[in-house]
Design a protein around this ligand. Structure first.
Ligand code: THU
Length: 159
């Protein structure tokens, strides 16, 4: 038996002024798109904005349903729409944030497990690491690959 360790690295920023212009703009789009969230059950409005390799930005919000499991997270709405509209493009980076009572949450809102799984496969499809910018108004954390959010991920794509 051999015990192995995983090291997960992320960069932490104190506010969006510390971010690169590109990341700050993407996070701004994520904040903006929370206005379209349909979240009457949770009141938790999530926005996701992703940058594609062709320079296009796709932004989407969470969409809930009275039958709770039928709703969909912002990240997956954005990712699936991006692959629908631009099937050949890879995702370069994705920003996610949440708004409650018209105020952006101060601390990061981490993507759920199902979204991480979908991100992992998008990353594999795209052949390049996806940067994920997890933004609060005070603290923003950035990982340089989905591997840091979902290590040891299940994947079944033929090699
Ligand atoms: N939600 C997202 O949109 N993304 C996540 O990664 C976590 C949760 C949504 C789902 C639901 O509409 C609301 O947040 C509360 O769970």
């Amino acid at each position: 038996m051999e015990q192995k360790n995983l090291i997960i690295q992320y960069d932490e920023y104190n506010g969006n002024k510390e971010l690169s212009k590109e990341d700050a703009l993407l996070l701004e789009r994520a904040v903006e798109v929370t206005k379209s969230a349909y979240a009457p059950y949770s009141n938790f409005k999530v926005g996701a904005a992703l940058l594609l390799s062709n320079g296009e930005v796709i932004a989407a919000s969470n969409q809930e349903n009275a039958a709770y499991p039928s709703g969909m997270c912002a990240e997956r709405v954005a990712i699936f729409y991006a692959h629908t509209k631009y099937p050949g493009e890879s995702i370069v980076s994705l920003a996610v944030t949440a708004v409650v009572n018209q105020e952006q949450c101060e601390t990061p809102t981490y993507p759920c497990g199902a979204c991480r799984q979908v991100m992992a496969e998008s990353q594999q499809r795209g052949g390049q690491p996806i940067r994920i910018i997890i933004g609060g108004s005070k603290i923003i954390q950035v990982v340089n690959s989905v591997d840091s959010l979902l290590p040891l991920a299940f994947n079944n794509l033929p090699k």
